[in-house]
Design a binder for this molecule. Structure first.
Ligand SMILES: Nc1ncnc2c1ncn2[C@@H]1O[C@H](COP(=O)(O)OP(=O)(O)OP(=O)(O)O)[C@@H](O)[C@H]1O
Ligand SMILES: [Mg+2]
Length: 345
């Protein structure tokens, strides 16, 4: 069953919500420029959900994951964590690190294992720094159990330097699970693996999701990964432009569901706008079940779709009156970003 994607922080939140964000923006600031990496993202992940997130390079996937995991603060907006029963704002970095360690695991595309420790000790490591875990023997037993789950129990004493890429990723998964997290955030977890190794790794994620009930939020470029997650969020240029159930990543238009964001905005994907041929805008027709947007191609078109007609469009730059219906001023060539429509007298 698919769950709600957006909760307003003022409404009562469900008890099985693990992490959520509401209207999150992230602006990276360097010396001279500002880059808006996330523009008003809202999402929610519940216990035992398996959620994917796709988007082209630079669309903001890693930024989204880091903010959800509290590794980076948003410029604006709210991030909710279940153990806090509140937003992460107001907590210090070290308080957040302690809470994160207990309920959230992180899996990166290039996991780093400590070469001086054995595979087993690498898995135990995040448990050793968890103050709530006092019993070293129990921890070791659980680390061995996890290594068995990921099929590497016979490598427990090996050095991580002797492992293949797929094996390193499986040890990193065991390590991400050592504190029995409610959720694992995974950033391109199969990005460096070949097709078959990726397939085996995804089987493992699915099995862990089913047997341990761990939720996964996986950001990826890979259709192979996205095929496995019942819900897929689609990110483009820092905005969630849609979500999919059973997506065919080669024909996203067929499975895309456009979801209004926290400000009731719906983003129209580039492909759709291309098909519509740069419309001036849309006339809107609403019935109880349908919202029909009729593309209008020119100012005249727009006027005729309502009771209004174009008398004059005044260029904001040179003041020239334009009646051609063209989007560019006939006099100075500037873009007619604003146009005026007058009711027929
Ligand atoms: N530290 C930073 N400073 C400035 N801009 C940044 C920084 N980190 C990321 N960006 C910019 O923010 C945008 C989103 O970056 P992000 O790494 O989240 O994208 P991504 O979807 O994970 O990309 P990829 O698929 O290549 O990993 C990009 O345009 C990137 O250049
Ligand atoms: Mg990334």
């Amino acid at each position: 069953m698919l769950r709600k994607l957006i909760y307003d922080p003022t409404e009562e939140l469900p008890s099985d919500l693990i992490v959520a964000m509401f209207n999150v923006y992230k602006i990276y600031q360097s010396e001279k420029i500002e880059h808006v990496a996330l523009r008003g993202i809202s999402l929610a992940i519940h216990k035992s959900e398996l959620v994917g997130c796709i988007g082209p390079s630079g669309s903001g996937k890693t930024t989204l994951l880091k903010i959800l995991g509290g590794l980076m603060l948003p410029t604006a907006g709210t991030v909710y964590w279940e153990p806090l029963k509140s937003s992460v704002s107001g907590f210090t970095a070290s308080q957040l690190a302690d809470v994160r360690n207990e309920f959230l695991g992180y899996l990166s595309q290039n996991p780093f294992l400590l070469p001086q420790l054995s595979v087993l000790k690498n898995v135990m490591f995040a448990g050793l720094i968890n103050e709530k875990i006092k019993n070293g023997r129990k921890l070791k037993r659980y680390a061995l159990e996890l290594l068995e789950r990921v099929g590497l129990e016979d490598r427990a004493k090996s050095s991580p330097t002797k492992l293949s890429g797929g094996e390193i990723q499986r040890v990193a998964l065991a390590s991400a699970l050592i504190n029995r997290p409610l959720i694992v955030l995974a950033d391109e977890p199969t990005g460096n693996l070949d097709f078959d190794t990726s397939g085996a790794f995804l089987d493992l994620l699915e099995e862990i999701n089913k047997t341990l009930g761990t939720a996964f939020f996986i950001v990826t470029h890979s259709p192979q990964v996205a095929k496995r997650t019942p819900r897929i969020l689609e990110l483009s240029d820092g905005m969630l432009i849609g979500h999919h159930t059973l997506a065919n990543l080669h024909a996203l238009d067929h499975s895309r569901i456009l979801v209004p964001d926290a400000q009731n905005r719906i983003f129209l994907p580039d492909e759709l706008m291309k098909t519509l041929g740069s419309p001036w805008g849309f006339s809107v027709n609403v019935t109880k079940e349908k919202l029909v947007l009729n593309s209008v191609a020119s100012a005249e078109d727009l006027a005729s779709s309502s009771d209004l007609t174009v008398k004059e469009i005044t260029c904001q730059l040179c003041g020239h009156g334009n009646t051609s219906g063209n989007r560019f001023c006939q006099n100075c060539g500037s873009f007619l970003s604003r146009f005026r429509l007058f009711a027929e007298e």
